[in-house]
Every structure is written in structure tokens, then in C-alpha cells.
Design a protein around this ligand. Structure first.
Ligand code: ZN
Length: 286
């Protein structure tokens, strides 16, 4: 298991914002102080503009350099374009590991799955998972699936991958919830699995199973996972009901697909985030 990170991703913050450096720092502490899961470490790859343009418009990149908040949730931190670019580099390093047959997890921030082709929103600036999926296509994978189990709908990933040849998107998320999308399937390749707020754990698990079965039927050659941990029962941002063992099960399910896979951190705002990540990684590692 390879963990991809760069400590500079903890260098930006805004008082009271849930998407905080502490998320990464606490997870790093937990990963470094455990000895049950053998880990290798790597840094994000450098990212060319051409990779970003797979998913985003040139105007969007220019907008990230303008020092005005992108929306109420998405501050214009100093150097945010560079920080977001490093998070993309984490996903691309994870893709490189997947191609080499190695499981990996990119432990970086900011997250990316709400960023659309033209817009930063919901703590997200550049859509790392969509870029990794499109880069995988460019590298020769015939069918790439994105699995998004963050409790929020990956509207940005859907916006970018909608009707793109060789890509399919499978999102399980609470609805109604931010950003309000993801109630129905879109195009031929975006499959949405909404979960009612406060749905019992077994119901949530059954919907996850349905999504995984649909993903499997697509027969992807590579699976890219938007791993958000905010569907956890104790997360302050939503009303999910999953427990640590469900994230272990998710990791195990991804491993059992028996195709190259990569995972990147999206959301997850509870104090238990490090344990949830560890549970997922142990499932992935088998
Ligand atoms: Zn989320």
C-alpha cells in the first residue's frame, strides 16, 4: 500500500472551516504510528497544464489566481492553485501506482469532486479524480470507472465525465444534501444512487452494494475512487449512518474487483477520520 502525500497540503486554512489541515495531520499521525499495515510513501507527481485541461477550461485556471473567494465555502487561499495542482499530482501518482499493479491512496487536500469544468465550489478547486480518470483513458485504459462514496454528490466529476467515451461515474450520496444534484442518472454513463438522510446503516449498505454491482457490470479496466468519509455516523456535515467496518468493507470490495485501482481522499470531517481511513486501507490491502 502506497500513501501519497506532501506536507505542504497542510499550509492553508481558514478559521472554523471544516476542511482543515488537521484532517491530514491527524491521519498522517495515525498512519505513521500503526504497524499492522505495511506502508510505502510517495510524493505527488508534477502536473502539466495539459493534464488540467483534460478536465478544466483555461478560464477556470485563471480564476483560481484571482484573490476573491470562489463561493462562501471555497476561500481564495494564497497559492490555492498550486495546492490544488499538488492534489491533482497525488491522484496522478496514484494512477501511476495503479498501472504498476500497486494499491495506493492519495492523502492530500483540497478535495476535488465538486469542482466542475468551469467552477470551483464546495471546498474543491480542481477535480483530481476526473483528471486521473481522463489521464487513465489517455494512457490506454478502455473503460475507467469512478466510484464516489463521499456523502455528497460528486457533481463536478459528473459534469466533467458526462457522456465521455470510456468513462463511467457511480456516486452514492445523501439526497437531499449539498450540492442538491444526483437524484437521477444522467447521460449513458453517470449513475446516481441517492440515500435518504438518516437512512439506517443496512439500507445505506444495500445501496452501496447496488452501486458496486452496477460498476462491476461496466467491466472497467481501472477503478478510481473518490474516497470521502463523511457518510460516517458521527460526521458533522451530513446524516449518514456508516461505521468504520463499512469503510473496511468498501476497501475490501474495491480490492475484490480485481482490477487496477487508485483512491484519493475527498471529504470526511469527524475526529474519527484517521481510523476510518485506516479501516478503508486495511480493506484495500486485504
Ligand atoms: Zn463530502
Amino acid at each position: 500500500m502506497k500513501i501519497i502525500t506532501d506536507i505542504r497540503c497542510a499550509e492553508f486554512s481558514s478559521p472554523g472551516h471544516p476542511e482543515s489541515p488537521g484532517r491530514i495531520l491527524a491521519a498522517l499521525d495515525a498512519l505513521k504510528s500503526q504497524d499492522t499495515l505495511p506502508l510505502a510513501w510517495a510524493e505527488p507527481l508534477p502536473v502539466e497544464d495539459a493534464s488540467l485541461f483534460l478536465a478544466h477550461s483555461p478560464e477556470h485556471l485563471q480564476r483560481l489566481d484571482i484573490p476573491f473567494d470562489l463561493d462562501a465555502d471555497t476561500p481564495a487561499y494564497p497559492q490555492i492553485a498550486e495546492h490544488a495542482r499538488r492534489a491533482v499530482g497525488g491522484a496522478l501518482q496514484a494512477l501511476q501506482s495503479a498501472r504498476a499493479g500497486e494499491m495506493s491512496f492519495s492523502l492530500m487536500r483540497p478535495p476535488g469532486h465538486h469542482a466542475t469544468r468551469d467552477r470551483a465550489m464546495g471546498f474543491c478547486y480542481l477535480n483530481s479524480i476526473a483528471i486521473a480518470a481522463l489521464a487513465a483513458r489517455a494512457a490506454g485504459f478502455q473503460r475507467v470507472a469512478v466510484l464516489d462514496f463521499d456523502v455528497h454528490h460528486g457533481n463536478g466529476t459528473e459534469d466533467i465525465l458526462l457522456d465521455k467515451p470510456g468513462c463511467a461515474f457511480f456516486s452514492i450520496h445523501q439526497h437531499p444534501c449539498y450540492p442538491g444534484t444526483g437524484l437521477a442518472d444522467r447521460g449513458w454513463n453517470c449513475f446516481n444512487f441517492p440515500v435518504p438522510p438518516g437512512a439506517p446503516r443496512l439500507e445505506y449498505r444495500a445501496i452501496l452494494e447496488k452501486a458496486l454491482a452496477r460498476l462491476k457490470a461496466y467491466q472497467p479496466g481501472l477503478v478510481a475512487v473518490s474516497a470521502g468519509f463523511d457518510a460516517f455516523s458521527n460526521d458533522p456535515l451530513a446524516e449518514g449512518s456508516l461505521e468504520a467496518e463499512d469503510f473496511h468493507w468498501l476497501g475490501d470490495s474495491v480490492r475484490r474487483l480485481a482490477v487496477p485501482a487508485l483512491s484519493i481522499l475527498e471529504g470526511g470531517y469527524s475526529d474519527e477520520l484517521p481510523q476510518l481511513i485506516l479501516a478503508y486501507l486495511s480493506g484495500l490491502a486485504g
